[in-house]
Design a binder for this molecule. Structure first.
Ligand code: TXA
Ligand code: MG
Length: 352
């Protein structure tokens, strides 16, 4: 890995410093890498139509090169250039949810290098709504390939300080635009086959997609830990979002969960372990761990989604060795929350 000086620039989405955007766009046009804020999580951007840039992205993340990247665009004409076929439903979805946290998969056109798509004949495309992201895409020539800006396997960064933690010295520039609004990566829907299929749940829920396209299927591997089938989004098969300590999800009625977790915590403490609990506003006062963090109120899924990755990172900062998390309902956005939490826990779940 080449060690380089990473320039860090703070930007305000409401009043964007266009000189910084021009400088960042120039870096990407010249084949370099810039991390930037989006409404979901921070992205690690390079020129999506430049095979060498995509190679650099994989190297900087330590990511397997069979795991394809999403190309970020700022207008619909750009979609027509990189997708060889754009079905009608894509325009309906774009009208409703773009710019925003939705990624659509299409058959790719020849100008998209296989290095960007991990060797696949399809391409994932998203038009983000963050204004810094949109300005950067335009300044960079229109096509930014960007995975989440974390080292492979770590929780996606929702704050620039976590991008700095993972990427300082590995990329040319980091644009700090504050905390990501949504906090979970985009929903991915595959439109390259006969029927639309959700490959990764996110802020745009199954119900929201069905309002526009009618019935959609969901890749069955999304919430199963031991499925024999490979997930259709190659990235979903890798261990992900993992905190450094061990994390177990405890499922059951709230009082049983609290009692069980506290009895485990007292065992862990006797063993000299540093302990943590991912709780909610309603329960945070009930746990006896070294570090109890609330993801928000149970009645507010948006807050839970927004805080989850930050909290996983904070447990690492505090060197917590054993963690427990409460479980959430798998409905609506809860599906995305549980998908990420289950992956972070390596599918370790205890029913009480
Ligand atoms: O919200 C997001 O989507 C963020 C921000 C930065 O835009 N990006 C992001 O990228 O989460 P990444 O690379 O961390 O996750 C992309 C996922 C991976 O699981 C990958 O396998 C899947 O999308 N993917 C990309 N292209 C694909 C394709 N052509 N077919 C199937 N899955 C694809
Ligand atoms: Mg990622």
């Amino acid at each position: 890995m080449v060690i380089m000086k990473t320039k860090i620039i703070r930007l305000n989405e409401q009043q964007i410093n266009m000189q910084a955007i021009e400088e960042a766009g120039q870096i990407i046009r010249n084949g370099g890498l810039v991390a930037f804020p989006t409404e979901t999580v921070y992205g690690l951007g390079g020129d999506g139509l430049n095979a060498a840039s995509s190679g650099k992205i994989y190297a900087a993340k330590g990511r397997p090169s069979d795991n394809p990247l999403i190309i970020h665009i700022a207008d619909l004409e750009s979609l027509e250039r990189i997708a060889s076929e754009v079905p009608k439903v894509a325009y309906s979805l774009a009208e409703r949810y773009w710019p925003g946290p939705l990624t659509m998969i299409f058959k790719k056109s020849d100008c998209v290098p296989l290095e960007t798509t991990g060797g696949l004949s399809t391409v994932a495309v998203r038009m983000p709504s963050n204004k810094i992201a949109l300005a950067l895409i335009e300044a960079a020539g229109g096509y930014i390939a960007a995975p989440s800006a974390n080292l492979s396997g770590r929780p996606s960064p929702t704050l620039a300080k976590y991008v700095i933690q993972d990427m300082d010295g590995r990329i040319d520039m980091i644009l700090d635009g504050g905390e990501a609004d949504i906090g979970l990566e985009s929903t991915i829907i595959d439109l390259s086959g006969e029927a639309p299929v959700i490959l990764r749940p996110g802020y745009i829920t199954e119900e929201m997609l069905e309002e526009v396209v009618g019935q959609v299927e969901t890749d069955r591997t999304i919430l199963e830990g031991n499925s024999k089938q490979a997930p259709k989004a190659p990235g979903m098969k890798y261990r992900h979002y993992a905190p450094k300590g061990s994390l177990t999800i405890i499922e059951g009625p709230q009082e049983s969960v609290t009692t069980f977790v506290n009895s485990q915590l007292s065992i862990n403490k006797k063993e000299g372990k540093r302990t943590g609990v991912i709780a909610t506003d309603e329960t945070a006062g009930l746990y006896l761990a070294d570090c109890v963090k609330s993801v928000g109120s149970r009645s507010d899924e948006e807050q839970i989604a927004k805080h989850l990755f930050r909290i996983l990172r904070e447990f690492d900062d505090e060197e917590i060795e054993v963690m427990y998390a409460e479980s959430f309902e798998c409905k609506g956005m809860g599906q995305a929350i549980m998908n990420r939490l289950l992956k972070a826990a390596g599918h370790q779940v205890i029913q009480v």
